[in-house]
Design a protein around this ligand. Structure first.
Ligand code: IPE
Ligand code: IPE
Ligand code: MG
Ligand code: MG
Length: 418
């Protein structure tokens, strides 16, 4: 169970060994201080720089680097040429429907299967699952599984997707959905996907059980895939999700939180699942290790960019657009990239946050300060840097419509904040 409201739990400073992250098989964990490691990065200048940058020498931080926090800061604050000019690449706004067109049939089958595999064992859990599956969702993760599966299947000479590819996509969406149900309990969010959350409708106990049930159900299907590499990869993700939520819960209202810790938390909560989706898909296509590792890097950087964008949208979109209340991250003390950058510029912001918004109007004042001192723009830069790294990892795939769609997915994410 993951319900907790602690503010300052000391869970230590765990940093993953990237060999374990990349291959996810040994999952060895190295302990060292995250805090000291990140000093200096957050003070680098973003504002005057070009729109996207990434480092030319990426070999140091690829899958075989042994330092994840460093790898998560990959591309941050460095002045090298981007692999693509992300700005120039944008032609017309990308829609998810267009982007998913090449895997539309796969997604339709997925939607039908999802409902049946949640199981009809308990009517209450069934309605809870219906509530969240029925509420929609963009289906980005299964679409990524299908796109990478198809892009790499061509490489491996496969004519069509296998049952394992499809089951992987279902498992991934189930894990994502379970994590949302638990996340809403922890964030005390009443709305998700424009509808009432499971815990709002059925209470916290049902929401915790429904999430657990879905995690367990996905583990069962995962075991039945009988691929030990994928089993290790995905079970690590479920553990990472809990680590991310614990990390977040233990640093609420902590104005000393650093960019590196934020990125690590974002990796645990979000990027780990996306990286496992793209790597798992390539594994089931029988792709070489070098390709599966690149697909992991692609998913990881796309996932980080995705979380940074989600965190920006929490400041810039209305409740209607978000399908949940706006500004709630800051209100709950979850200090995300825009705030971390703004805190460097505006000491008054610290005071307001540390007071936990006890004065009327102080939350609005804090949101204004974040916007005024460039927090949003610098977070945009960060998202672009991660996006550029993601696109770089796609270069190992042969040109195809699927590769193009993967590239568009990266651009689509960035366009959400344009
Ligand atoms: C929301 O993910 C949670 C984050 C990782 C930011 P999505 O935006 O993919 O959620 P749905 O599935 O479309 O609702
Ligand atoms: C991502 O974080 C959620 C999960 C990975 C479960 P958020 O807390 O930002 O997600 P939203 O904003 O509630 O969708
Ligand atoms: Mg949340
Ligand atoms: Mg969010």
């Amino acid at each position: 169970m993951m319900s907790m409201t602690c503010h300052n739990l000391d869970f230590g400073t765990r940093v993953l060994d990237l060999v374990a992250v990349g291959s996810s098989s040994n999952a060895s964990i190295e302990r060292h201080s995250v805090k000291n490691h990140g000093k200096g990065f957050t003070s680098k200048v973003y504002g005057a720089r070009r729109m996207a940058c990434c480092r030319q020498n990426i070999s140091r931080t690829r899958a075989f680097s042994t330092n994840t926090s460093e790898a998560l800061l990959d591309g941050v604050g460095e002045r090298t040429e981007p692999v693509l000019d992300l700005k120039k690449e944008v032609k017309s706004p990308i829609s998810l429907a267009n982007l998913f067109e090449v895997v539309a049939d796969d997604l339709q089958t997925l939607n039908q299967n999802l409902r049946s595999i949640v199981g009809a064992e308990n009517p209450v859990l069934m309605s809870a699952a219906e509530q969240i599956f029925g509420a929609g969702g963009k289906r980005i993760r299964p679409a990524l599984v299908f796109l990478v599966s198809r892009a790499t299947a061509e490489l491996a000479g496969l004519k069509d997707l296998t049952t394992k590819h499809r089951r992987l996509a279902e498992i991934i969406e189930m894990i994502h959905t379970a994590s949302l149900i638990h996340d809403d309990v922890l964030d005390e969010s009443d709305m998700r996907r424009g509808k009432e959350t499971v815990h709002q409708l059925y209470g916290t106990r049902v929401a915790v059980l429904a999430g657990d049930f879905m995690f367990a159900q996905s583990s069962w299907y995962l075991a039945n895939l009988e691929n030990i590499e994928v089993i290790k990869l995905i079970s690590q993700v479920i553990k990472d999700f809990a680590s991310g939520e614990i990390k977040q819960a233990s640093s609420l209202f902590d104005c000393d939180v650093e960019l590196e810790e934020y990125l690590l938390k974002s990796f645990y909560k979000t990027a780990s699942l996306i990286a496992a989706s793209t790597k798992g898909a390539a594994i089931f296509s029988g792709a070489d290790r070098s390709i599966t590792e690149q697909m992991y890097e692609f998913g990881k950087n796309l996932g980080l960019a995705f979380q940074v964008v989600d965190d920006i949208l929490d400041f810039t979109q209305s409740a209607e657009q978000l399908g949940k209340p706006a500004g709630s991250d800051l209100a709950k003390g979850n200090l995300t990239a825009p705030v971390i950058f703004a805190l460097e510029k505006e000491p008054k912001l610290r005071e307001i946050i540390e007071s936990e918004f006890c004065d009327t109007g102080s939350l609005d004042e804090a949101i204004e300060l974040v916007k005024q001192c460039g927090g949003i723009e610098r977070a945009q830069e960060l998202a672009k840097e991660k996006a550029d790294l993601a696109i770089k990892s796609l270069q190992c795939l042969p040109p195809s419509n699927f590769r193009l769609a993967l590239q568009d997915m990266v651009m689509f994410n960035l366009e959400r904040i344009d």
